[in-house]
Design a protein around this ligand. Structure first.
Ligand code: EPZ
Length: 417
């Protein structure tokens, strides 16, 4: 069983380069099958999620070439076929093949997607949107069969600005007959990145990044290239590490615009930051002011940074209040942090964190991707050795995290235990 072992207390100095965004590339890859020509994606992180999506494309008869950081996808020989459960359940983003296969073939057979256990994570908004576009949806146990003899545009009001549903509607509507309007669309930067690729392929999308997106269906799409945007969640995770143990630690290849809510919060905490157009330099800040954090949809404070943020709050001088509003139970990290000495009282969606508390190295377990990131941050500041299990969650979303941290002085390694 692989584990991450950290001996805490080192000061980290040097430069950490941020990779392409996991939550962009897991949608860019399925989007590429909407044309039979070649699509090239650059700045692609090498993650197990991208590996699993490549398996799905190969299973469908598509060709994928991966050179470091670049993907070339040729879907000229792509056939439509059912996507088996053992692949669908590997990651949440497998459900983007619903929108993509519906868009290209008007028929999909796929199983309920996987993803971190941080709530029920239904896909009702996706299904209802597809139905409004003329799709009949059959669910047999965990399998979905979607059929759309005529896939047509629709006026879709999203009850909640779901990132996944917004992306899936984009994928299904670009080749549909007529116009689709998404009201209350998600505004995350990843949505803009997907729309950029689709428009590069010849789609007609306007309003991506705002609450209202209009897609005018076109007859066909052609090959294109796109650069994956920088991963704002990976960047935010390392920025918080810099605030705790950095000495002139530079986090490079970031898009500060995408991190505004975090930067505002860190300034309130009194953190020493030097921000440039594509990087941020941090120094350990001894006195951290307590803050109250509530996760929200973009451009609010992102739910994916809530778990790493809770470690920073354990070091602030006073009482912090935390509220998770996107998921019903994203709490897998709290028990482990308490085990390490943190002073946290929590329910399914709220927490009161009092600091500063000295954390001590412990044997802990990652319950999901961002909980695992929080445990790495805790291990870096704790006294002694921290051993983290279930690290496959972490390696799914943070490219080369052990190398990136050891290159700037962390005492961290992966062992087989
Ligand atoms: C994406 O998940 C991200 N994953 C998540 O990141 C991120 O937390 C989330 O967006 C919110 O920003 C990927 O992009 C692969 P949602 P997604 O649809 O699309 C409910 C990470 O750590 N909902 O915006 O699944 C849902 O249950 C991961 O990188 C419905 O009720 O997020 C959740 O409570 C974790 N019905 C909320 O909306 C639906 O049909 C947000 O979901 C869809 C969603």
């Amino acid at each position: 069983m692989k584990k991450i072992v950290i001996n805490g207390g080192n000061t980290l100095t040097g430069t950490i380069n941020i990779s392409g965004a996991k939550n962009s590339v897991v949608a860019l890859i399925p989007a590429a099958i909407l044309t039979s020509e070649t699509v090239k994606i650059s700045n692609v992180p090498n993650l197990s999620d991208t590996e699993n999506l490549k398996k799905i494309i190969n299973l469908l008869g598509g060709q994928i070439e991966f050179s470091p950081g670049n993907l070339q996808i040729d879907s000229s020989k792509l056939q439509n076929s059912a996507i088996p459960e053992e692949l669908s359940e590997k990651l949440r983003a497998s459900y983007y093949f619903m929108g993509a296969l519906l868009g290209r073939f008007h028929h999909v057979e796929i199983f309920f997607p996987g993803g971190c256990k941080i709530g029920s994570r239904p896909i009702d908004l996706h299904i209802k949107s597809f139905e409004k576009m003329g799709t009949t949806v059959k669910k047999i146990n965990n399998k979905y069969i979607l059929d759309a003899p005529i896939l047509h545009g629709a006026n879709i009001d999203l009850r909640f600005p779901s990132v996944g549903a917004t992306v899936n509607i984009l994928l299904a509507s670009v080749l549909a007959e007529g116009t689709t309007t998404i009201n209350n669309a998600a505004r995350e930067p990843e949505i803009v990145n997907i729309a950029e690729l689709l428009n590069n392929m010849g789609a007609n999308i306007s309003g991506a990044g705002t609450k209202t997106i209009i897609i005018k269906g076109v007859k066909t799409l052609h090959g294109a290239t796109v650069n994956t945007i920088s991963d704002r969640i990976e960047a935010g995770t390392y920025i918080m590490i810099g605030a705790l143990v950095g000495k002139n630690l530079v986090i490079k290849n970031i898009i500060p615009e995408h991190l505004k809510s975090l930067i505002t919060l860190l300034k309130k905490m009194g953190i020493d930051m030097d921000i440039s157009s594509d990087s941020i330099m941090l120094n350990k800040t001894d006195i951290l002011n307590p803050v109250n954090v509530k996760t929200e949809v973009y451009p609010g404070f992102p739910t994916d940074l809530g778990q790493p943020m809770s470690v920073l709050m354990t070091q602030s001088h006073g009482k912090c209040k935390f509220e998770e509003t996107i998921y019903e139970k994203r709490t897998g990290h709290f028990s482990e942090l308490v085990k390490m000495g943190a002073n946290i009282k929590y329910t399914d969606t709220k927490a009161e964190i009092e600091g500063p508390t000295k954390l001590k190295g412990e044997i802990v377990s990652a319950s999901d991707l961002r909980a695992g990131a929080a445990l790495i941050i805790a291990g870096l500041i704790a006294n002694g050795k921290t051993k983290i299990s279930n690290i496959e969650y972490i390696l799914r979303g943070y490219e080369d995290i052990v190398e990136k941290l050891s290159n700037v002085g962390a005492d961290i390694e992966i062992i087989d235990d």
